[in-house]
Design a binder for this molecule. Structure first.
Ligand code: GLN
Length: 248
């Protein structure tokens, strides 16, 4: 059976910090290498789209200015995004996108950006303009798949009240300066501060996201049903970073 992954990249033209578009490139390549059909659609401000039709919604990171400009459009899609999530569309959110699924984000200039309020977490801004910047490594458990997730973070936002974090921080900051934990994962959305972009350095996370997307149409599909790929360069890059930070 030929599988299909139908992706909607929201606000692709403005929410694309630190190479977030690389996440889409990796998803596409890892699908095509396995003969999985890959459809990519984009959704900009004002465009009519039924987001519940997609297997995966992707929203990248952005500066405060971009977050402010898209928020009226995002809030107008709240019911449709809820429908998509209820109907098992998986949602991958990076940094600025992650913040907007919570209660609110207080931007660096003090203005309050209301979130979609799907979750209890909320984001305040770093005091005196301080930002969490640098390489970051987490230990995560994705539905039983134990993996180290490697990336780069650069956010002023300090996200608090995260009930179900993505992983434990081994190196770097995470949801806030002293959080000890990073991101959010609840089976429906994976939100993270990790850029880099996230997926090239984390092929297991890429395959996990592909699995979640396929499960929308095929609930019995599992991670182990994906044909293994040779991740030579990915493994070399991971080893270099883990060695640099002396993480086993
Ligand atoms: N503007 C947000 C912040 O600084 C998000 C930044 C980002 O997406 N990297 O916290």
């Amino acid at each position: 059976m030929k599988h299909l992954v139908n992706v909607c990249w929201m606000y692709h033209d403005i929410m694309d910090l630190y190479g977030d578009k690389g996440n889409i490139m990796v998803l596409k390549k890892r699908c095509l290498d396995r003969n999985i059909e890959f459809h990519l659609d984009t959704c900009g401000i004002g465009e009519q789209k039924d987001l519940s039709q997609y297997d995966l919604i992707f929203l990248g990171g952005g500066a405060d200015k971009e977050q402010i400009s898209l928020i009226p459009d995002l809030l107008s899609r709240k019911e449709n995004i809820k429908k998509a999530m209820d109907e098992h569309t998986f949602v991958l959110l990076i940094c600025g996108g992650y913040q907007l699924f919570g209660q609110y984000y207080i931007a660096a200039d003090g203005s309050k950006i209301e979130g979609l309020k799907f979750y209890d977490y909320y984001t305040d801004t770093g005091k005196e303009g301080k930002r969490c910047i640098g390489n970051i490594i987490l230990e995560a458990d994705l539905d039983g798949l134990k993996t180290k997730i490697i990336g780069f973070e650069n956010h002023g936002g300090q996200t608090e009240n995260v009930k179900s974090p993505l992983g434990k921080v081994l190196k770097g900051y995470g949801n806030s300066f002293d959080a000890g934990y990073e991101g959010f994962y609840d089976g429906k959305i994976l939100g993270t501060y990790l850029h880099g972009p996230l997926l090239p350095k984390n092929p297991q996370v890429a395959d996990f996201v592909i699995t979640k997307a396929i499960q929308k149409r095929n609930p019995d599909f599992s991670f182990n049903d994906l044909q293994p790929l040779e991740d030579l360069f990915e493994e070399k890059a991971r080893k270099a970073l883990l060695d640099r930070f002396q993480i086993k």
